[in-house]
Ligand binder design. Structure first.
Ligand code: GLN
Length: 553
């Protein structure tokens, strides 16, 4: 039977609860345990799918097509946990389920209330998660303790601990120790209040983890232990990491967070702690990286780092593997429309156009793709980035000047990107996209095949529009190669330009499957191409093929 860890946060938001939950998951997996992680979000949207990236950052997609909070990306990057629809619930989704049941007469005429009906539904979501044959379920409660919105979740987990037994459930609370520069000291009062607030609701934190800019001394830890009613050996420090978030599991392991959790939950580890892969990774991050490549991201949600979170992480994973760093050059697509591509892209080593929705910035992205194509600069288009590359190619190589997507130009003469018939009539904005994992068959002797080294791959999608196969023949005749095809629907999933040194567009989101210890092959190839270009070693693909053939014979 599974044991349960609830992670709450206090004092301020954006403390890194997601990262901490993920790092705890990583540590427990390093002991051979099967871990599941989920997040309960207090907002009313049924899922984050309809929210603007400016509101919420990126929408993370799971294999089974759930549109979820970006913290799930951390879970997947740090652990091997199965992520799916059970990994993220919002207040909206919980109420939606309860209200539908009420309408169907499921409550037999009773008054439906927050307690017990909403709290019961929340507990069901946690128990459902545990059914997946797990040793430990980690549940992160979104929001900050003290918010009105998260109260039903806190009430539900209080009840949950009572019902399951305190020995099978533990509460981890993450807070911030603000550092007052003027007096040169950290302050524990907000933490005391936040732990007290939890206690008011009936939850006594078992473990306290405090975020801090500076290392604090023993007396501060003793004070927190005493006032928060938490034993000293359960008070842990999460000092800001020096180099990378991927140091976090090691930081927590050093202090024995995992030992404490195993002891508290009476869990028997299946093995000695094995963090060797993470130690090697952190060693590379800290000591073995040289130089940097400058990669332009030409997008429309550029101001907000979280909007392209997984892409930035995946680039970092690839850079770590190549023993270098990526310098992100974030370019607002509309700035290119105003100033031209040259002004923003002339000294970059590679160009990436990420996913996006709507019309704003499209022409700037098209100029960016053109600049990459004409100047032999490595190009990587993701989802919208593929569509942009196809439109650019159709307009400027195939000379179809009216080429566009019906997303931004519903009546355009040459809809090279269009809705599939089954999408045409859909008006509901939630969950009507091609979502989740789809297979893709790769053509031999292509860039895609050389990266994946496989005949068939599976990647995650989140889009409505597709390459319009009516134009495939003319695109191919002019030198755009469809190198990955969905075997069931015949849809083009990958395009490339064989006459260009490194140019690829993918209809899916490979960034969701990249992990620091297993960087994604396309991101690896892309960063390597950027490095090669910087060193003057990026060769046209045809020449490269001949060279490798020559050396093999
Ligand atoms: N807006 C495009 C579509 O819906 C691309 C979506 C994306 O980039 N995720 O097809």
């Amino acid at each position: 039977m599974a044991k349960y860890i609830f992670v709450t946060g206090g004092v301020v938001s954006s403390l890194g609860k997601g990262l901490t939950s993920a790092a705890i998951g990583c540590l427990l997996e390093a002991r051979g345990l099967k871990v599941g992680i989920q997040k309960l979000d207090p907002y009313i949207n049924v899922d984050p799918g309809t929210m603007s990236p400016f509101e919420h950052g990126e929408v993370y997609v799971t294999d089974d097509g759930a549109e979820t909070d970006l913290d799930l990306g951390h879970y997947e990057r740090f652990t091997h946990t199965p992520l799916n629809r059970l990994s993220n619930f919002t207040t909206g989704r919980i109420y939606d389920t309860v209200i539908r049941r009420e309408r169907a007469g499921g409550f037999l005429g009773k008054t439906v209330q927050v307690v017990p009906h909403i709290t019961n539904e929340i507990k069901t979501c946690i128990l459902e998660m545990a059914k997946q044959d797990l040793d430990v379920v980690i549940t992160e409660i979104g929001g900050t303790v003290g918010d009105i919105e998260s109260l039903p979740f806190l009430e539900a987990i209080r009840q949950f601990a009572l019902e399951q037994g305190r020995d099978r459930v533990m509460f981890v609370h993450l807070t911030l120790l603000p550092f007052l520069r003027a007096s040169g000291e950290v302050k524990t009062k907000p933490t005391q209040h936040s732990v007290g607030k939890l206690r008011e609701i009936g939850i006594q934190a078992d473990v306290l983890i405090y975020r801090t800019e500076i290392e604090v001394d023993e007396s501060v830890r003793r004070k927190m232990s005493l006032f928060c009613n938490i034993p000293l050996d359960s008070v842990f420090e999460e000092k800001d990491v020096d180099h990378s978030i991927y140091e976090l599991p090691l930081v927590l392991a050093e202090q024995g967070v995992d030992d404490m959790i195993l002891k508290r939950l009476q869990l028997s580890p299946k093995q000695e702690r094995d963090l060797s892969e993470w130690e090697r990774l952190v060693d590379v991050i800290r000591h073995q990286r040289q130089g940097e490549v400058k990669i332009a991201i030409v997008g429309k949600y550029i101001e907000l780092h979280d909007a392209y979170k997984s892409i930035y992480e995946a680039l970092d994973h690839a850079a770590i593997a190549a023993r270098t760093r990526v310098r992100l050059h974030k370019v607002e697509a509309e700035d290119i429309e105003r100033d031209g591509a040259e002004a923003h892209l002339k000294d970059v080593d590679a160009i990436l156009v990420p996913g996006g929705f709507g019309e704003r910035g499209i022409e700037g992205m098209i100029l960016g793709a053109r600049y990459a194509r004409e100047n032999g600069i490595p190009y990587f288009g993701i989802c919208l980035g593929l569509q942009i590359a196809v439109i650019e190619f159709a307009r400027n190589v195939c000379r179809m000047k009216d080429a566009s997507s019906t997303e931004f130009a519903p009546d355009c003469g040459v809809p090279v990107i269009d809705l599939m018939a089954e999408q045409q009539s859909v008006t509901d904005k939630g969950g009507t996209m091609r979502l989740g994992a789809y297979p893709c068959r790769l053509k031999k002797d292509t860039l895609a095949y050389s990266l994946y080294e496989k005949d068939e791959i599976s990647e995650r999608h989140r889009h409505r529009w597709e390459l319009n196969n009516r134009y495939l023949e003319v695109l191919e005749a002019n030198g755009l190669e469809p190198s990955g095809i969905n075997p069931d629907k015949g849809l083009v999933e990958i395009v490339e330009i064989p006459s260009h040194p490194w140019f690829i567009g993918v209809q899916f989101h490979p960034e969701f499957k990249s992990k620091p210890i297993r960087p994604h092959p396309i991101f690896r190839g892309f960063v390597q191409a950027a490095l090669d270009r910087q060193r003057g070693q990026l060769k046209p693909r045809a020449a490269r093929k001949q060279a490798s053939r020559g050396s093999g014979e």
